[in-house]
Ligand binder design. Structure first.
Ligand code: ZN
Length: 677
């Protein structure tokens, strides 16, 4: 357990005392006294850098040059500690369901594993002793049975929203993790498929398939996987963050596919929809499914049946017992539970995190429901709502009509803070006889819970929805535009990041809360209305002005550096930068109000406001490698941490005043400092 507690939060969160009587002695007359004042995290700063040249270096320069290799920065350290604590809590949980699964995992041998896997396949009717392959109609029925059981081969049944209620959506299935992993690591995906096929065929009663047959089949399966991947639509992704940036697409009623395609044996798209139960008013079919329908109606049935077998085997492949001692310390973590036993427990934890996240959340809930400042966050967020409403009302470039719609949306936005009222997954049961059977049951119960939301109002079931797609312990906060709801997960409300006795830190973190609120009004979120429907509530003139201001922001962020010699991507990061800009302004204003109610004199107030900006940097403290920054530039819609600082501070008049910035590399004239909200 030693490794978990390597980081001492106390160093960074010692109380701030010397607010007024700072012994300020400038070392050289040309240097501004403000930059020489004593600040709480003095030892991180590099005062030889002018704030206007790099506020990031000014606030963190010394730390960046000399930090310990294991020090990942404030949040990096908290995240490491947090995730170790949660996985440890799971491994040591007294929850009877968790204990049952862990016991079963502990005792799982290779032969048990294969027996359990085949038993699942028999139960789903996808393995059997019959020599004749199923008919196409039977195959579709098998597929539907698998989908009911919580699997997603070829297609998946998930939920989305429409006019304020949850609807059932039929969309492209999931790729096998094994193939995705092979592709990501540069391995040959055909080999990855063959590995699973060989495993299945060597344990089945069938005479062993020869290698050439396996090659051909693996190749065909890869083609199916590629079709599934191509038909994938981010709008229906499990990841709320992917959904957040998804391009809105029109759904289609199942009936619109009526008889558009018919297989040689008479089966139609409508039959498929019927079998999968997506035919009523609450059903929509993703139009990107067309290639999958074609596959189901035209691919030879035997190949499809083999694909289903492959898919199930791939779902459990990571649970196959392996003697990890052969691999040494592959996790590189050295914490207590790692590298003990057969490694199945660790794989189980990872598997459940995506396949039955409610079970992980059951434990997270017990660990995190106490000692988090839910009320403090709620109070701050309601104050922010009022502040934001005032900002919209006072906005000088929008018409009254657009302002009215924006304020209506803001008023309707629902804040889900901390933990849900009830423990997630509380109704889950495990009546299976072994590990794989029990995991299978969890998937099935999750699918049923999800479908039980269909037809229900979105407004009352935000948490129920979110807990289908992420674990409660995730170190994150999100806004879901299609719900017009935000989620501040408990990790952001713990004392380490949202302390009661350190106001600059507390308000710096409040910037995240404001950030999520402002996602409702960013380049993407502004396309959704108060109910979460995709409706344009802008007057054309306001929309044009809004987009011009966004373009100015894109241009400003394009100027920044991602890493040496490579510029940032202002377009890709636009929505996140807009949310940052709004969030920091709201948190800053709120802190300023608080200080004035406290009756501080101007000098003391200004010092604290400088501390706010310095803590804002601390919040994003990290020392990212060029490789990591390059990866981020390619596929992360968030700006690099240093640009989350530099890009925002250079837009804020108050920051220029507080740090007396009049020139420097990133200096902008007042007219260049774009304002949106
Ligand atoms: Zn964001």
């Amino acid at each position: 357990m030693g490794a978990i507690l390597t980081f001492s939060a106390a160093i960074l969160f010692s109380g701030c005392t010397d607010v007024i009587d700072n012994p300020v002695t400038p070392t050289e007359p040309s240097v501004d006294p403000v930059t020489q004042e004593k600040y709480e995290n003095d030892d991180l700063m590099d005062r030889t850098v002018k704030p206007g040249d790099s506020f990031w270096q000014f606030a963190l320069g010394t730390w960046l040059k000399s930090h310990d290799e294991e020090d990942a920065g404030l949040q990096g350290n908290l995240i490491n500690t947090h995730s170790s604590l949660l996985s440890y809590a799971f491994m040591e949980s007294s929850d009877p369901l968790v204990q049952k699964l862990l016991d079963e995992a502990d005792n799982l041998g290779t032969e048990d594993y294969m027996n359990q896997l085949f038993s699942i396949m028999f139960d789903l009717d996808i393995a059997g002793d019959s020599d004749t392959p199923p008919s196409r109609k039977q195959l579709i029925e098998l597929l539907a049975k698998m989908v009911d059981s919580g699997y997603s081969p070829l297609v998946r049944r998930t939920i989305n929203t429409d006019d304020g209620v949850f609807v059932r959506v039929l969309t492209s299935g999931e790729n096998s993790a094994k193939v995705v992993g092979a592709l990501q690591s540069g391995d040959d995906p055909v080999e990855a498929i063959k590995e699973i096929l060989s495993m299945v065929s060597s344990f089945s009663d069938d005479p062993e398939e020869d290698d050439e047959d396996l090659d051909v089949l693996a190749q065909k399966i890869l083609e199916i996987e590629e079709t599934v991947g191509m038909a994938h639509n981010d709008q229906y992704a499990d990841d709320l963050r992917l959904r957040q940036i998804a391009t809105p697409k029109r759904d289609q009623r199942a009936s619109q596919f009526r008889a558009r395609r018919r297989a040689a044996d008479g089966l139609t798209v409508e039959d498929i929809c019927q079998a999968l139960g997506v035919t009523d008013d609450y059903s929509v079919v993703d139009e990107q499914l067309e290639p999958i329908f074609t596959l189901l109606l035209e691919e030879d049935v035997e190949t499809l049946a083999s694909y289903l077998v492959f898919y199930i085997a791939s779902q459990y492949y990571d649970l196959m017992p392996i003697d990890w001692s052969e691999y040494g310390d592959i996790f590189g973590m050295g914490s207590g539970y790692m590298n003990l036993g057969n490694g199945v427990k660790e794989s189980l934890y990872t598997l459940l995190s995506t396949k039955a996240p409610e079970l992980i959340s059951r434990v997270d809930y017990m660990v995190m429901k106490d000692n988090i400042d839910i009320e403090g966050c709620r109070t701050l967020m309601e104050q922010m709502r009022t502040l934001m409403d005032g900002r919209i009302a006072a906005n000088d470039w929008m018409s009254d009509a657009t302002k009215g719609a924006a304020r209506e949306k803001l008023a309707a936005m629902k804040f889900n803070i901390g933990v849900p009222d009830e423990q997630p997954g509380a109704s889950f049961e495990l009546i299976g006889e072994n590990l794989l059977e029990n995991v299978q049951q969890l998937r099935q119960q999750r699918q049923r819970q999800m479908m039980a939301l269909v037809g229900k109002p979105v407004a009352n079931h935000g948490w129920d929805f979110a807990m289908q797609f992420m674990t409660l312990g995730t170190y994150n906060a999100v806004y879901a535009p299609f719900l017009n709801q935000l989620f501040i997960l408990p990790a952001f409300l713990s004392d380490g990041i949202f302390p009661k006795d350190n106001e600059p830190m507390r308000y710096a973190t409040a910037m995240v809360f404001g950030h999520e609120m402002c996602h409702g009004f960013d380049a993407n979120g502004s396309n959704y209305d108060a109910e979460g429907s995709i409706i344009d509530w802008w007057t054309p003139a306001d929309r044009t002005e809004f987009e011009q201001r966004q373009q100015q922001m894109v241009t400003l962020y394009d100027q920044l550096w991602q890493y040496d010699g490579v510029h940032a991507d202002g377009k890709m990061t636009l929505a996140e930068n807009m949310a940052d800009m709004g969030g920091v302004r709201l948190a800053f204003e709120l802190y300023k109000q608080k200080l004035s109610t406290d009756g501080l004199n101007t000098e003391a107030t200004n010092h604290q406001l400088r501390e706010f900006f310095l803590h804002y940097v601390l919040f994003w403290q990290e020392d990212a490698s060029a490789d990591a920054l390059q990866d981020q530039l390619e596929d992360d819609e968030h700006s690099a941490n240093h640009n989350r600082i530099i890009g925002i501070t250079r837009l804020m008049d108050e920051w220029y005043d507080l740090f007396r910035v009049t020139d420097g590399q990133w200096y902008l004239t007042p007219a260049e400092r774009v304002r949106i909200w």
